[in-house]
Write a protein that binds this ligand. Sequence first.
Ligand SMILES: NC(=O)c1ccc[n+]([C@@H]2O[C@H](COP(=O)([O-])OP(=O)(O)OC[C@H]3O[C@@H](n4cnc5c(N)ncnc54)[C@H](OP(=O)(O)O)[C@@H]3O)[C@@H](O)[C@H]2O)c1
Length: 274
Amino acid sequence: MSVPAVVLNNGVEIPQLGFGVFQVDPEATKEATLTALDVGYRHIDTAQMYGNERGVGEAVKASGLAREDVFVTSKLDNDVHAPDDALKAFDRSLDELGFDYLDLFLIHWPMPWIDVDYVDTWNALEEIYASGRARAIGVSNFHEHHLRRLLDEADVVPAVNQIEIHPYMSQDELRTVDAEHGIATQAWSPIAQGLVLDNPVIAEIAAAIDKTPAQVVLRWHLQRGDIVFPKSVTRSRVEENLAVFDFELTAHDMASVSGLNADRRLGPDPDQTS
Ligand SMILES: NC(=O)c1ccc[n+]([C@@H]2O[C@H](COP(=O)([O-])OP(=O)(O)OC[C@H]3O[C@@H](n4cnc5c(N)ncnc54)[C@H](OP(=O)(O)O)[C@@H]3O)[C@@H](O)[C@H]2O)c1
């Protein structure tokens, strides 16, 4: 199953569909990631906050794949935004993973209420990028007004903005802002952690084309152009989630799924502490 690549604003290519490891037990992460690599995934999304970078790195090594054949993203934790702390935390990520570079490194949350300005944190990521130890840098959970500050005050335009997107939270406005600035949009919790799968509109489309609800939702994301990394610790689902490149949703089906938007977040609003 060949996964198309998205070309980021610095020319780096990222597989449009990857494997997320949020809430995968650190002890189970090596095995889960190895399963994904065995099934054919070549893009893994982890974070310092998940506590499972080590398992991801061990799996990449154990897979026998060349390091450059797997695209790995990690994210800066919320309590290390001070620039010196961020630089050290990045080094710790490389140590945990056992890598000498990351493909993509993100600020996980903007944290506008702490006493460190995320523009200063971004400057630390720019330093990491300049050193060549991250092939691309980006942000996560940035609203338009956070992005504007980086665009106005910093040098490097983020390669990606990783935000909550699924049929109940379609984020059309922010995706447009990202696109206007050459920032690729990554959709986290793409199947809303399973919440959207029993929606009757999605179930009806799935039944009509003999696909599963998860495949319909993932296909909706891919046809919108977003980058996704569904998580599963169940091998059959890991296979199912990758088997989405041999069919297309019609414009009518795309509109029906988009019509489910209710601006309903599963996670916190990035501007609010809880
Ligand atoms: N940047 C951020 O702030 C942020 C926040 C959240 C997530 N993320 C990233 O986005 C990734 C994906 O999001 P997520 O893990 O929150 O949720 P998700 O991928 O939308 O959903 C995962 C859940 O759906 C189940 N599932 C997976 N495939 C399925 C299928 N084909 N049929 C039925 N159920 C299925 C999984 O169960 P089993 O595992 O039991 O099979 C798991 O409970 C994360 O792993 C992480 O990398 C980033």
